[in-house]
Ligand binder design. Structure first.
Ligand code: ATP
Ligand code: MG
Length: 254
């Protein structure tokens, strides 16, 4: 691998828009390109990466921070749980009460350790503008916003994008995710672009709505690692592949 990996934060202006599922799907696709991936679960109080992957986690971000604070820290890998040969995770605390003990000053340290150990670092967040999330947005190479065809979500994203534009951020891409609520079609793509006052870079279509997604999550599988995926979801598979190659190539060509 190259000496320094690419860090990508998956975020949104509203909850429940598909961030966690998309993070897992992107990780799966990077695996198919033989990239070593670390997923960091910065949804500290209610993250679901370890649970979705059925991983029994010993150490979390909380232990990393706690050990670092108390001079017990030795190696980054001691805090990592492995999903398979290519995908590792750094889990959110098991006990949500530990989340508030994680100071945002550690975000830089964590991302730094991560990018020197992995090709790709995917960071799942929640939609709240907490210090942790603000630091993350500030430090990552790439930001991926997920948005749905929902008025509140779109209005919130517009405010968020305005802030990013004010502070001259241009390292973000926006994905319209039609797969979480495929029946919601109130606004056209043209309307959506007008509401958020920004471009939609990619669309995950309503054909990617997966009826038995709960089964897949319960079994700990990643959708994009299913060998039937490229055939069943060919259009959205191509889109997601485009997302991951764009993210990787843009950084590599810098
Ligand atoms: N492709 C899909 N097909 C069907 N349901 C989906 C799909 N993607 C996501 N969902 C459903 O949408 C819900 C929200 O997804 P997810 O947890 O990934 O969103 P999130 O943005 O991470 O939420 P939160 O803000 O709570 O962290 C989940 O219940 C999930 O089962
Ligand atoms: Mg989530």
């Amino acid at each position: 691998m190259n000496s320094k990996g690419v860090s990508i934060c998956i975020t949104s202006a509203k909850g429940g828009v598909g961030k966690t599922i998309t993070t897992l799907n992107l990780a799966g696709l990077y695996e198919t390109l033989e990239k070593k991936v670390l997923i960091i679960d910065f949804d500290l109080a209610s993250g679901g990466i370890a649970t979705a992957l059925n991983l029994d986690v010993n150490k979390s971000i909380y232990n990393f921070v706690d050990d670092y604070n108390n001079n017990r820290y030795k190696e980054f890998k001691n805090y990592i749980s492995s999903y398979d040969k290519y995908i590792d995770i750094l889990a959110c605390p098991k006990d949500p009460r530990q989340a508030s003990k994680i100071d945002s000053k550690y975000v830089e340290l964590i991302i730094d350790k991560a990018v020197y150990n992995y090709d790709i670092v995917l960071i799942d967040t929640n939609h709240i503008l907490s210090d942790i999330n603000i630091s993350t947005l500030d430090l990552v190479d790439k930001i991926l916003f997920l948005v749905t065809n929902d008025p509140l979500d779109l209005k919130n994203l517009r405010s968020l994008i305005t802030i990013l534009q004010d502070i001259n951020y241009n390292n973000y891409k926006i994905i319209l995710n039609e797969s979480v609520a495929p029946f919601k079609k109130y606004f056209s793509l043209y309307d959506i672009k007008n509401i958020i006052n920004a471009n939609i870079d990619y669309v995950i279509s309503d054909s990617f709505y997966i009826k038995n997604i709960d089964n897949i999550i319960m079994s700990g599988n990643i959708i994009t690692l299913d060998s039937k995926m490229p055939n069943i979801f060919s259009k959205d598979y191509t889109t997601l592949m485009q997302v991951i190659t764009d993210m990787y190539n843009e950084e590599e060509s810098k």
